[in-house]
Design a protein around this ligand. Structure first.
Ligand SMILES: *Cc1c(COP(=O)(O)O)cnc(C)c1O
Length: 357
């Protein structure tokens, strides 16, 4: 089998050793001669997985006991609804920053639950930049931001200082760089971009921000119920949580956030340098807001796209067609993507320029 360089935007690449460990656990988990998929989630073996999966998030994000971590089903998209349901007071309002498709979906749900105000937006330029310098209202219940915009390839470099709780959708760049997690009241991330497989969503929440809405809560949508149940109020998505734990262990073993931050910098530098140098390509986002996770670029001569597609496919590259809202190309450089794969893509772009420029 020849090597595939997987630039998929999501579900994204996972470390090869994690896939191997995960497949072994499907047959024989913890030497029980039972599959992880056929044991009780209340068994001590799985409880140990859940405990470590929760504590490792806190360790990697550097937060203490004022925060809780739960794993939920429903994807990041369910959090678009659960966040306002749990934090937006019945007589209050929530502030949102609109940076694209995901933010819009979050705003749509919040509007159903309560009052919302969009305080900044980059819609005027098809979301190719991050709004800055906006005022965060002091009387809103929280402000919601999206740290990385998977579709457009923009990323917040500096998080706003705020006197009100900050909620962040970190689905596509969690654990990719150092962040001051204590700045946030709540961080959520669908696992399938950068922390594990699809099927579970991580929510890290500051305990004292909960229970204040004045709303009668449905159990399954209540963070406090899940916290109280140790993220096992009902049967949790055991396999995605286990594979997420393996991926976090892989990250820790290799040097943690400090290691991956450096590697992600090298990877994104390599490709953005080539985009800027190469006469056939250009980046589609504001330079200062360029994402280290999703690198979006377009071709000066779009009629050459079929030729370029042949080039990268022949080199074993997979998953770099851009999102339909932006077009062109998108190379996703999630944590598990090695620098070697980026170098292959850069070489393909160079060879393509030589032939067609
Ligand atoms: C992919 C993505 C989502 C949607 O996640 P689901 O798990 O499919 O619901 C939400 N927000 C961001 C930033 C994403 O990248």
């Amino acid at each position: 089998m020849s090597k595939v360089h997987n630039f998929s935007a999501g579900p994204g690449i996972l470390p090869a050793e994690v896939l191997k460990q995960a497949s072994e656990a499907c047959i024989n988990f913890d030497n029980l001669n039972l599959s992880l998929l056929e044991i009780s989630h209340r068994s001590k073996n799985f409880e140990a997985v859940m405990d470590e999966a929760r504590s490792t998030v806190k360790e990697l994000l550097g937060v203490g006991d004022e925060y809780e971590v739960v794993y939920l089903g429903g994807g990041a998209s369910l959090q678009f609804a659960m966040v306002p349901y749990n934090l937006l007071k019945t007589d209050g309002y929530a502030a949102y920053v609109n940076t694209g498709v995901w933010a819009n979906k979050a705003i749509k749900e919040a509007k159903i639950i309560g009052n919302t105000k969009v305080i900044a937006s980059s819609e005027d330029k098809n979301y190719n930049y991050i709004p800055k310098g906006y005022e965060i209202p002091k009387d809103a219940d929280y402000v919601h931001i999206t740290s990385n915009n998977t579709i457009y390839g923009t990323q917040i470099k500096e998080f706003p200082n705020s006197s009100i709780p900050v909620v962040c959708d970190m689905s596509s760049d969690i654990f990719s760089r150092k962040v001051d997690a204590k700045k946030f009241a709540l961080i959520y991330a669908g696992a399938q971009k950068n922390m594990g497989p699809a099927g579970s969503t991580m929510v890290m929440v500051k305990k004292d921000s909960l229970g204040k809405t004045g709303r009668k809560m449905l159990s399954m949508l209540d963070y406090q119920v899940h916290i109280k149940g140790g993220s096992m109020y009902n049967t949790p998505p055991v396999f995605p949580i286990y594979v997420t734990l393996l991926t976090m262990q892989w990250l820790k073993k290799n040097g943690g956030i400090a290691w991956i931050e450096k590697l992600n910098q090298q990877k994104s530098d390599a490709i953005y340098n080539e985009i800027d140098r190469n006469s056939l390509f250009y980046g589609s986002t504001a330079v200062e807001d360029r994402s280290q996770m999703n690198v979006c670029f377009l071709m000066n001569k779009p009629e050459l796209e079929p030729e370029f597609d042949k080039f990268w496919k022949d080199a074993g590259i997979s998953g770099i067609r851009g999102h339909r809202d932006v077009g062109g190309y998108r190379a996703s450089l999630y944590n598990a993507l090695p620098l070697e794969s980026v170098n292959v893509l850069v070489d393909v772009m160079k060879a393509f320029e030589k032939k067609f420029a």
